[in-house]
Write a protein that binds this ligand. Structure first.
Ligand SMILES: NC(=O)c1ccc[n+]([C@@H]2O[C@H](COP(=O)([O-])OP(=O)(O)OC[C@H]3O[C@@H](n4cnc5c(N)ncnc54)[C@H](OP(=O)(O)O)[C@@H]3O)[C@@H](O)[C@H]2O)c1
Length: 345
């Protein structure tokens, strides 16, 4: 059944352009553990553009992409008891699976296991900047680098579980890097971060203890003179950034979490650990509930600042302009957010 109740940006095939205008698609039906969400705000991520441009982790075309959504619960699938219709939520929807989970539509499906309740004080726009960035940072920091999850048995934040250690967050003004800084601080770590000077003030508001300009040719020396490091989170993971993180660790080595693959040489003393946020849904890692509890606790206690955002005009129909900004590397300390409900067919 096709209805005019749901408008979506449908990617018909690899590299198709333009993607707008939105067109009518079926209203999804929530399955076991799922929520039907009226999407009020959808946040853009680099992976969305990679899916559309080159078919990266696209099971088949046509597909509706997008994984960051905030909105209200319309209905519940079987087995969901933690949400009710009308609840305000944010969710990281399954990446690289099927169109019903795509956030670039007016109604999408989300899994209750990767969704949180939003306090009244948090706007849908702010909340839509967080889901994938949070889980990517949390997988890297807590599951791969082994930073303890700062929650007590009651599920509330237990600050300072960290061992008063330092960690490097490379690319702290990116949405993933900004989340990584805040998670490291919530766990009691000291953070040395890199960003462009224009974003130093922003990264300091996230709690970074030292912020350095990654354009500085002496950046590695500056990091090394700040702290002796055995942990790094490379949020950018372009070859030069991972090379710099490798050089910044102490001579004893350590662990680096990366967000994109690295093909260069890695010393035996260093473990390079790749984050794969799509695995969160494809395998439903057993750690998901704990990470989601952490996300909820950080939001409840105001310890996870949303990323700065820009609202894109004309609902989803500005998607081509938004994807172009991402591809051209013109996004700095900002998330692009769409209002699907303002979309005209
Ligand atoms: N593996 C996974 O599961 C996974 C999940 C999510 C994201 N990712 C990947 O992680 C990366 C970050 O994603 P995102 O959403 O956080 O991106 P984003 O917010 O769009 O990144 C923009 C930021 O990158 C910073 N940047 C660019 N080049 C840099 C460099 N050489 N050194 C330091 N910072 C640099 C810019 O900082 P300034 O403006 O301050 O210069 C800008 O603020 C992307 O490549 C994405 O595909 C992977």
């Amino acid at each position: 059944m096709s209805t005019n109740l749901n408008l979506a940006i449908v990617v018909p095939g690899k590299g198709a352009s333009p993607l707008a205008p939105a067109r009518p698609v079926d209203l999804p039906v929530p399955g076991e553990g799922e929520l039907l969400v009226k999407v009020e705000a959808a946040g853009q991520n680099p992976v969305d553009t990679m899916q559309a441009a080159v078919g990266y982790i696209v099971p088949s075309f046509p597909i509706i992409v997008g994984v960051d959504c905030a909105g209200s619960v319309v209905s519940l699938g079987p087995g969901v008891s933690s949400f009710a219709p009308g609840d305000r939520i944010a969710a990281y929807t399954p990446l690289g699976q099927a169109s019903q989970y795509g956030a670039y539509q007016q109604y999408c499906l989300a899994r209750a296991a990767a969704a949180i309740h939003l306090p009244a004080s948090l706007s849908y726009d702010s909340a839509a900047t967080l889901p994938l960035a949070f889980y990517t940072a949390a997988i890297g920091l807590h599951l791969l680098l082994g930073v303890p999850v700062p929650l007590d048995e009651a599920g509330t934040l237990a600050p300072d579980v960290g061992a008063d250690e330092w960690i490097l967050v490379w690319g702290a003004s990116s949405s993933v890097g900004a989340a990584a800084v805040q998670l490291a601080k919530a766990a009691g770590f000291h953070v040395v971060a890199t960003a462009s000077p224009a974003n130093f003030a922003y990264v300091q508001t996230l709690g970074a203890d030292v912020v350095l300009d990654y354009h500085d040719p002496a950046i590695v020396d500056s990091i090394q003179s700040t702290a002796s490091l055995s942990l790094a989170f490379d949020a950018i993971s372009q070859p030069p950034t991972t090379t710099a993180c490798l050089a910044a660790l102490s001579s004893e080595g350590g662990k680096i979490a990366i967000t994109l693959p690295y093909a260069g040489a890695v010393p035996d003393s260093v473990e390079l650990l790749g984050v794969n946020a799509s695995a969160l849904h494809s395998r439903m890692l057993h750690d998901v509930p704990e990470l989601t509890r952490l996300w909820q606790a950080l939001i409840n206690e105001g310890k996870l600042r949303p990323h700065p955002f820009k609202i894109m005009p004309h609902g989803l129909n500005s998607i081509d302009a938004g994807f172009a900004l991402q591809r051209e590397g013109k996004i700095s300390a900002q998330k692009l957010v769409y209002h699907p409900q303002e979309t005209q067919a």
